[in-house]
Design a protein around this ligand. Sequence first.
Ligand SMILES: NC(=O)c1ccc[n+]([C@@H]2O[C@H](COP(=O)([O-])OP(=O)(O)OC[C@H]3O[C@@H](n4cnc5c(N)ncnc54)[C@H](OP(=O)(O)O)[C@@H]3O)[C@@H](O)[C@H]2O)c1
Length: 262
Amino acid sequence: MTSNPVNGTADGTPRWNKVWVIGASTGIGRETALKLMPMCAELFVSARSEDKLAEVAAIGATVTSLPLDVTNASEVNEAAARISSGGEPVDLVVISSGLWRKVNLPDIDPADFRAAMDVNFNGVIEVLAAVLPAMAKRGSGHVAIIASVSGYRGLPGASAYAPTKAALINLAECIKPQLDGLGITVSIINPGFVDTPMTSVNKFPMPFLMEPEEAASIIVSGLERRAYEIAFPRKMVWSLKLARMLPNAVFFWLVKKMVMRG
Ligand SMILES: NC(=O)c1ccc[n+]([C@@H]2O[C@H](COP(=O)([O-])OP(=O)(O)OC[C@H]3O[C@@H](n4cnc5c(N)ncnc54)[C@H](OP(=O)(O)O)[C@@H]3O)[C@@H](O)[C@H]2O)c1
């Protein structure tokens, strides 16, 4: 099925009925929500910042803002219950909520590691716990988790963040086969560097930096195809996938030479 910018599909029907984007107040999640807006009958947007969500919700007539903190199980459950209050559960959930904390060794603040794991990993679990049973009961649904190419191999400075993304990549592998059997599609989305509030604090070079609109286009096209892995940009993805196959000695030599120089 091909999409058109107004109704979502060539025959004029929306591509999805109910779509929920979490982490939709800024960055990749916001742009993805904007792209999905004309492609679904109802769009629900979540994050903590009510004002930014209200701006997104004001753009479309069928958009509802459901502010929440992904680390708060009752807020996540309440939002999921509101979405399915008409009877039908959500069709597509995109989980874009996340935070980045740089680590400057040898100083470690365990709070940074806890915060990253709470939001980036446990927050995803809260959402999955809230939506999967109803999707399974209906026998259809699609959950899309935004991880990162940083989950492919560990890199300096990313020790609070990248392990949470590696955990998400592994989580998706764990859940996909069984959810396939229940009619639920799993997508794992692994972006490289995207120019968003999250990366605007970075002082280091960010190769192949992309605009969030471009990232959102790639994501939505992958979601339409129900792709399992949606990873971009290609050069970044293949460099890190190749790095995964290198012997450790070669990998660490390259990291010292190329990532830690200067
Ligand atoms: N930008 C990149 O280069 C890049 C690369 C790879 C992967 N990613 C991943 O892509 C996703 C989106 O990142 P981004 O770059 O678009 O960053 P961003 O602009 O900072 O967006 C992060 C989103 O997460 C929400 N959020 C943070 N903590 C939350 C919480 N506790 N509960 C609910 N929502 C929360 C934020 O909204 P509130 O603050 O309003 O809650 C915001 O909407 C993240 O998972 C990130 O790790 C980004």
